[in-house]
Design a protein. Structure first.
Length: 173
């Protein structure tokens, strides 16, 4: 099994890791496994460093204020981490495309996976569909995979919180 970069799996994993950054290479590996990623090599401390670097670059993509800037930043991530596309059946579950070299350590693998997965998500669903929660003090990152593409909050809890606040602001005005 592998993460489907055409689905929402990869951007959701990136957001999950960026919102709560892993503290060790082991934690990183565990959370990637829990998301469905098959690790073909043992993890090393430098995998954590490389993954955190990738997440920092990715947060700049999230915080880009217009589509041009967002595309530029993401192109930089793609240029730094991806290889020419190749067909692979490494897990024996069917042929699919990889945009990275085979048998990469987890750090560079994540960098490539996040760059490609985010590029596919944004070009496939809409360039605006990656953002932080509209509740200022929340700032949680999420990928908008909603039908309408107008999701503003990371969770129902934040949506309710903001609705209550707006209601209060109206009634005291
Ligand atoms: Zn694969
Ligand atoms: Zn929120």
């Amino acid at each position: 099994m592998h993460l489907n970069p055409y689905g929402a799996d990869v951007v959701n994993l990136a957001a999950e890791l960026a919102n709560r950054r892993p503290a060790s290479a082991e934690e990183l590996a565990d959370r990637c496994r829990a998301a469905g990623l098959v690790l073909e090599r043992p993890v090393a401390p430098q995998d954590l460093d490389r993954a955190l670097e990738a997440l920092t670059a990715w947060e700049e993509v999230v915080d880009a204020t217009d589509e041009e800037a967002r595309a530029d930043l993401l192109n930089r991530m793609l240029a730094a981490a991806t290889a020419h596309p190749r067909l692979t059946d490494h897990a024996g579950t069917g042929w699919h495309l990889h945009y990275r070299d085979d048998r990469q350590p987890l750090g560079p693998l994540l960098h490539a996976l996040i760059a490609v997965g985010t590029a596919l998500h944004l070009t496939g669903r809409g360039m605006h569909r990656l953002r932080r929660c509209a509740v200022t003090e929340c700032a949680t990152i999420f990928a908008d995979t909603s039908r309408t593409g107008r999701q503003r909050y990371c969770s129902q809890r934040c949506a309710n919180r903001d609705a209550v606040r707006r209601h209060r602001a109206r009634s005291t005005a």
